[in-house]
Design a protein around this ligand. Structure first.
Ligand code: MLT
Length: 392
């Protein structure tokens, strides 16, 4: 019996679990303190009324023999796939509902999609990055090359001539930096992927936070992207589904590798290893895309955008360098006084009772940087910023 020794190459603990442990220790030692959590990107506002009503109606259907449903299609119910395609159409992007695969979230799909690719492929990952892209490839034993995202390129690396890669991860608006690619920059990646027979795995989980209408919300706004890109999206941050779990992945019929359509293989993979998202949740997800749902989730997003303004306004006043916060719920700041990311984390936690995420947890280029999220409560965010301002 042999184990998958690639696991030995992982860091001992997932970033957000390490932080949760540190915060729990701090709370045990300081029971009177109630830390303000601006660390993990978890939403705080409840599901909107349109979603709740749709889910309640679905529960009522499930309680009656005539309308009860058992297994659904592994790739999601047509009503939801159509609603998602309609959402893209409303933003001027044509997506075939048959290319939409409903899942329990982007994180699972981003990990699971790797089943489709040979382990010999080289993976190109920006640094800093959402740790899931790195860890899932380490688990599989794939070669990873990193591209530097830094202050010089505004944390938006572009393809460079020397790079050879088969799988490319892009996330825009970016987690953790909040930076957003424009059309021209995304086109550079699509052109690179087409010229090098590479596949782009495009994480669009934060697209709903884009306020600047000139910025792309989907990689399919770029010509040629359907021949080289898979797009992952989630309702977690868009509609408060972090605990409810629903996302979707677009695998265009046009996307082939070595003459084989990836969509066919993804369907085969999902049908074998996944039994679909609960009917009740899919009904709630459908309501997100309806008229009332859209209006209501936009009101929630506006609350988070207001928090982002409070954070970025404070940093501006303090003269702290940062990215994000305008078209993204994340604010990526340079730690004051040359502190390391973890030094800043410890001071913020112990002296301000505020939790953030150390940039170094997202990769070596994250050292000296720090991520704050706008998903907290408005009053708590204001208090956190006042404490930060007082400390530095
Ligand atoms: C984050 O804080 O980076 C996200 O919440 C993690 C995730 O979406 O899995």
């Amino acid at each position: 019996m042999k184990m998958n020794k690639n696991y030995l190459n992982l860091q001992d603990s997932y970033l957000f679990s390490t932080i949760a442990k540190k915060v729990a220790e701090y709370q045990a030692q300081n029971p009177e303190k109630k830390p303000i959590r601006l660390g993990i990107g978890d939403v705080t506002l409840p599901l909107v009324p349109a979603v709740v009503a749709a889910m309640q109606a679905a529960v009522a259907q499930m309680s009656c023999k005539a309308t009860f449903r058992g297994y659904g299609p592994e790739q999601g119910y047509d009503f939801l796939r159509q609603a998602i395609a309609g959402y893209y159409a409303a933003h001027g992007v044509t997506v075939d509902a048959g290319d939409v695969f409903v899942s329990d979230g982007a994180k699972s799909d981003l990990g699971n999609i790797l089943d489709l690719f040979d382990v010999e492929n080289t993976v190109l990952i920006p640094d800093p990055v959402y740790p899931v892209y790195v860890d899932t490839n380490i688990m599989a034993g794939r070669r990873i090359v990193y591209m530097n995202a830094n202050e010089e390129n505004g944390f938006l690396p572009l393809p460079n001539v020397g790079i050879q890669a088969d799988i490319i991860y892009l996330c825009s608006p970016n987690n953790p930096t909040g930076a957003v690619y424009n059309h021209e920059q995304l086109k550079a990646w699509v052109d690179y992927a087409l010229a090098n027979n590479a596949v782009v795995l495009f994480d669009a989980a934060y697209e709903a936070f884009i306020q600047d209408e000139t910025l792309p919300r989907s990689i399919y706004e770029i010509e040629g992207a359907k021949q080289c890109a898979i797009e992952f999206c989630s309702l977690s941050k868009t509609a408060g589904f972090t605990g409810t779990r629903c996302g979707y992945t677009i695998v265009p019929a046009e996307l082939t590798v070595e003459g084989e359509p990836l969509r066919k293989f993804w369907l085969r993979r999902q049908a074998t290893k996944f039994n679909g998202v609960p009917y009740v949740v899919q009904c709630g997800a459908q309501a997100v895309f309806g008229e009332a749902g859209q209006r209501q989730i936009k009101a929630n997003i506006a609350v988070y955008q207001e928090n982002a303004k409070i954070i970025s306004g404070t940093l501006r006043e303090m003269g702290v360098w940062f990215t994000g916060g305008e078209n993204s719920p994340y604010i990526w700041l340079k730690c004051p006084s040359g502190m390391t990311s973890w030094e800043f984390f410890d001071r913020l936690l112990t002296e301000c009772s505020v939790v953030g995420t150390p940039g170094s947890g997202f990769g070596k280029n994250g050292e000296g940087f720090f991520r704050l999220t706008a998903f907290g409560d408005k009053a708590a965010t204001e208090i956190a910023m006042k404490r930060l301002q007082k400390l530095f």
